[in-house]
Design a protein around this ligand. Structure first.
Ligand SMILES: *Cc1c(COP(=O)(O)O)cnc(C)c1O
Length: 380
């Protein structure tokens, strides 16, 4: 567009929609045939840009989506007019009108909240959240009466029942036992409802690691987030070997290159000092774009002209600096890849997250609105 700065003029995110399709197919291959995917697209589709991601998923047959907030639901409704949209987080009862007007389904964490929603007089679709050990949101699974009371509220229609696993990523024996205990408590509660003639609706318990490590389980939905985007939350082993491909790459332009002498320092606090004469490249991306400042001085890398090079010194708000001595003939205007592939090299988001002391979900959710999202789709 002529009235906007160019998308690849400074720092940007590239979204590989072919990879997204690949991951969707892979998840479908892993889960039982009658199980459907509720695509988790909260936090701007984990930073990928909710419009591009959700429109593409809908075109590929996804009929159910989940977000965290009512505002995210209202925005998403524009892109997927037909789909079911579940709000996983808390919505103030005073905002019930937005749930109703946009045909959003609220996940309900307790009886008092259900009653407050019911009292708004809007007819509403809900799923019930059951707490089986995560102890975050949900009605304690032992509290059957509270669950049952929700079915008597005349303005609310129960269309599903869900729980959330606390430790699905762990391969530790005790944690696996805990996960099975959570699932047992959930199944018992659903059975009890059935015995009373109450329909718990669609059942769902598993996010990405529940799929990776408990692929054989039956349910109506699974709720993958990070898995859809083709990466893991961290470098770890899982039961299923998925053939995922990362959807997101993070790139930025090099603004300036310099030679500095041995003994000279780079960036704030002079935290990096050159041991020999080196060539530096200043890249137009920083922590205000969501690049983790915690990665400063910890060995984080970028790729320039097919060469892996270190980030040196403190990462600044809008810029960071590379040692490009070993990357041939780097010039201003060249592209630095912070996450993704360039030539034969790749920077994995899992590795960056490990260096920054966090998980990939955190890195991705933190990528800011300042970065244009550029969709890439190769027609085969
Ligand atoms: C965020 C979220 C998910 C998706 O989690 P991933 O680990 O990214 O797959 C699923 N269910 C609930 C309730 C969530 O909050």
């Amino acid at each position: 567009m002529d009235n906007k700065p160019q998308e690849r003029g400074r720092a940007w995110i590239e979204i590989d929609l072919n990879a997204l399709e690949n991951n969707l197919e892979d998840i479908r291959r892993i889960i039982p045939q009658n199980c459907e995917i509720m695509a988790v697209v909260k936090a701007n589709a984990y930073g990928h840009g909710v419009e591009g991601i959700s429109r593409h998923l809908a075109a590929k047959g996804i009929k159910s989506f989940a977000v965290a907030t009512v505002s995210e639901g209202v925005q998403l409704r524009q892109y997927v007019p037909q789909a079911e949209i579940i709000i996983l987080g808390c919505t103030h009862p005073g905002d019930a009108k937005f749930l109703y007007d946009n045909n959003l389904t609220q996940l309900v964490p307790d009886g008092a909240y259900a009653k407050a929603l019911n009292d708004t007089q809007y007819k509403m679709k809900i799923h019930i959240a059951i707490d089986t050990g995560m102890h975050r949101l949900g009605i304690d699974s032992s509290n059957y009466d509270e669950v049952e009371s929700i079915f008597n509220l005349k303005n609310l229609t129960v269309e599903g029942t869900a729980t959330h696993l606390a430790s699905p990523d762990s391969t530790d024996k005790g944690e696996i036992e805990f996960t099975h205990k959570q699932l047992d408590l959930f199944n018992e509660l659903v059975k009890k409802l059935k015995a009373q003639g109450l329909n718990a609706g669609k059942l769902h318990t598993r996010s990405s690691y529940g799929i990776y490590n408990y692929p054989e389980l039956q349910s109506d939905y699974v709720r993958p987030g990070i898995m859809l985007y083709g990466i893991k939350s961290q470098n770890d082993e899982t039961k299923v070997l998925a053939n995922l491909r990362p959807v997101l790459s993070l790139k930025a332009i090099i603004a300036q290159v310099k030679w500095i002498e041995a003994g000279e320092s780079v960036s704030y606090s002079r935290a990096f000092t050159a041991e020999k004469r080196i060539k530096t490249a200043t890249v137009c991306i920083g922590y205000a774009d969501g690049f983790p400042r915690h990665a400063s001085g910890k060995g984080a890398k970028a790729i320039v002209n097919g060469c892996v090079v270190p980030i040196i010194g403190k990462i600044c708000m809008d810029m960071l600096i590379l040692d490009v001595t070993d990357a041939k003939d780097t010039q201003a205007g060249d592209i630095a890849t912070l996450i993704g592939k360039d030539g034969n090299e790749e920077i994995r988001c899992e590795d960056l997250a490990e260096i920054a002391g966090t998980i990939t979900n955190d890195i991705l959710a933190g990528l800011s609105d300042r970065l244009p999202r550029v969709n890439i789709m190769e027609r085969l």
